[in-house]
Design a protein around this ligand. Structure first.
Ligand SMILES: Nc1ncnc2c1ncn2[C@@H]1O[C@H](COP(=O)(O)OP(=O)(O)OP(=O)(O)O)[C@@H](O)[C@H]1O
Ligand SMILES: [Mg+2]
Length: 275
């Protein structure tokens, strides 16, 4: 069975160096996200089973685990798409356990999905424009706002932050898969989020697209927290400060990337699962 270390060295051509911001950044004391004994059952199946964890404000965290470990279900519980069947979730100290998903977005939580939710017949710019408008409190207008309107300015900023300026007027249906994922991340950045949940953003990306993704993830502001579900360890272990490993709905380990990389139990479980 291949070790995580062997896998990493085999994939070193696919990534950029870890950014100084991600590795040197001190962790802030306040907690962005706290899960207390969170369970999500589907009938008899406990897809998430008594999970407790916390993510600090500004922290970048990865969640690893084989297929079916409960990673996406954990995200669904956090965002309210499928709320927990028991347990408690705090977002910056506030109990959001039974809050509806839109209210969580308003409070600064965002996510990207495992499968794409883009408007394929609109341009990159228009997708970003709708994302900005969707999270703004401004009243809707049927007229397209001018160049100096805050929505237009915010759309332009997202184009730049998402490294998508050169594709602004391209229809989404003409974009490569990696460019579409990049756009989804840029859309999640609309409206100054405080925490973003990324569900396997590297799935199906080419090595060049993975490099682009790493650049994007490591360039996010230091005050912004994210949780990244990722099967590609070369990306996951490089862009985060701490890693949580799930197995059969439970957390079996939390540690730094090097703790996790060298952990025998994690290697056995994670490398043993199909991914
Ligand atoms: N809406 C649902 N209804 C019933 N069962 C579900 C539902 N969502 C997830 N499950 C089940 O919960 C378990 C965990 O699924 P989940 O999608 O959270 O895993 P995952 O870790 O994200 O896997 P993958 O790496 O394949 O994306 C699986 O057994 C899955 O079939
Ligand atoms: Mg999943």
């Amino acid at each position: 069975m291949a070790s995580i270390t062997a896998l990493r060295s085999a994939m070193t051509t696919a990534v950029m160096p870890r950014s100084p911001e991600a590795s040197d950044m001190p962790l802030m004391s306040s907690e962005a996200l706290v899960l207390e004994n969170v369970t999500r059952a589907f009938g008899a199946l406990r897809a998430v089973d008594d999970v407790s964890l916390s993510v600090l404000a500004g922290e970048k965290r990865a969640i690893l685990g084989a297929n079916g470990a409960g990673k996406t279900t954990l995200f669904n519980a956090i965002t309210g798409d499928f709320p927990p069947t028991s347990g408690r979730i705090l977002f910056f100290g506030e109990d959001i356990t039974s809050m509806d998903p839109f209210e969580r977005i308003r409070k600064g939580m965002r996510r990207t999905y495992q499968s794409s939710l883009l408007f394929r017949d609109l341009s990159v710019r228009d997708n970003l424009f709708l994302a900005v408008r969707g999270v703004s409190n401004a009243r809707f207008s049927l007229r397209r706002p001018g160049r100096s309107h805050p929505t237009t300015v915010a759309t332009q900023e997202l184009l730049e932050r998402g490294r998508l300026t050169h594709l602004a007027d391209e229809m989404v249906s003409n974009l490569a898969h990696g460019q579409q994922r990049q756009l989804e991340i840029a859309m999640a950045l609309a409206g100054a989020p405080r925490l973003i949940l990324f569900d396997e953003p590297a799935a199906g990306l080419s090595p060049a697209e993975r490099r682009e993704l790493v650049l994007l993830l490591t360039s996010l502001p230091s005050h912004m927290s994210f949780v990244l579900i990722e099967h590609d360890l070369e990306i996951a272990l490089r862009v985060v400060e701490r890693v949580t490993v799930m197995h059969n709905g439970s957390v079996i380990k939390t540690g730094t990337p090097s703790d996790i990389e060298n952990d025998q139990q994690v290697q056995a479980i994670y490398m043993g699962g199909k991914h």
